[in-house]
Design a protein around this ligand. Sequence first.
Ligand code: SAM
Ligand code: SF4
Length: 464
Amino acid sequence: MTKKVYIETLGCQMNKSDSEKILGILETQGYKETTEREEADLLVMNTCSIRAASENKAFSHLGIWKKLKKTNPDIKICVCGCIAQQTKEKIFKRAPQVDLIFGTHNIEELPELIKQLEGEADCEQRLQDGGGEPSTGTPFKASNQVKVCSIRQTPYQTEETFYSRRQEGLSAWLPIIEGCDYFCTYCVVPYTRGRQRSRLPVDIIREAKEIISQGYKEITLLGQTVDSYGKDFGKPEITLSSLLRELNGLDGLMRIRFVTSHPADITDELIKTVAELDKVCEYFHLPMQSGSTEVLAKMKRPYTREEYLTLVNKIKKEIPDVAITSDFIAGFPGEKEEQFNETLSIIDEVGFDQCNVAAYSPRKQTPAAVWKDQISYEEKKRRHLVLFEKTKEATVKANEKYVGRVLQVLPDNYKEQSDEIILTGRTRNNKLTHFKGSKDLIGRHVDVEITEASIWCLKGRIKL
Ligand code: SAM
Ligand code: SF4
């Protein structure tokens, strides 16, 4: 009988992509995805630990799931992702209802872990084996509940190729690089995701062909620092640019994007490649984090305010209509009012298309978490709000400049409104756009004349 799995994914696109892989693996174990958690046999929480708020969200969901398990004790609860990788003890302590925990380095081990959870594999045996590789977790029995836990410090080695159960639509994510080597002083990623590991071009191209054969039209290459791709191979000819050139040649693919870029890894060659290749979209997500050179140095970001500005100006000069989005942190330890004001002023100076802003959240294992010069909660909240308002203004301004222009949109969805079909898609530079049309335009490039702009989206009509 088919079993049902409900998955909740918190955090970044990398986690969403991991969830697709988890669903693909679970499908091979007889599970089918459900969007109704009440009818699930297995509940999976793919967690994020980038900020305290994301962690709290995970535990609040687990609280709700505990009630479901009370009504139906046969339901199994699984926690994976970044919190699992960092702290299994906290999970078993705060959420004893959890049956299975696995980390970010061993998703591929899932078939074996599921068998243990379902009592088909010998837990005692595995306890002695230790999994054959550094593992901080082992399966064990607590009361009459079988609990399974496997967290590895290094990636699980497997010859097998797992397929992902991708979300429906025209766009697919394709991870090309895992982990991060930068160790910014506020960030937990290198501890939860490990050091930088690029996938081989041959594996990426094979997966891209598979994605295209499934009917997807757009691929977004993923990595915490996607533009660092290939640096760990020590072969200067393998770069994000060389990969983009190969992907651009694949038949059937209409658009290629890549996120997230680190400002220090954007090369002239990459800018030239984006400008030249017809399928590569004019869009960079380029987190700056702070507008102050002093704060950037404390964050261990290897660029100054001026260098970031020079880079952005170069990108804008070489790539017409490029959209640049960013991330900023408000209230980093020791951030002075003048330094915060430098962040506000850089938003105007660059004219970002959109920015994600967050109040600094101290994270376990990171250097900045134990510094003495922490900013008070109230002040971080205030700066966060001021910054948020500032970035909203910038987005409206950036969107308004397209009113009266014709942009190419790839519609991927529609809704019926009165007697009309309203199509929704994205421009090449990633702006959500709505326009009247017919369903048969889905999956085709359409020239749209922009008539309205707001903070959320553009509206327009088909250019005849
Ligand atoms: N690799 C990207 C880069 O180079 O900036 C960022 C990836 S990180 C998963 C996403 C965003 O989370 C960061 O850009 C940063 O703004 C935010 N972030 C990370 N750690 C944070 C912390 N401790 N407090 C608040 N925001 C944080
Ligand atoms: Fe985190 Fe910095 Fe790596 Fe981005 S570059 S993932 S912010 S450590």
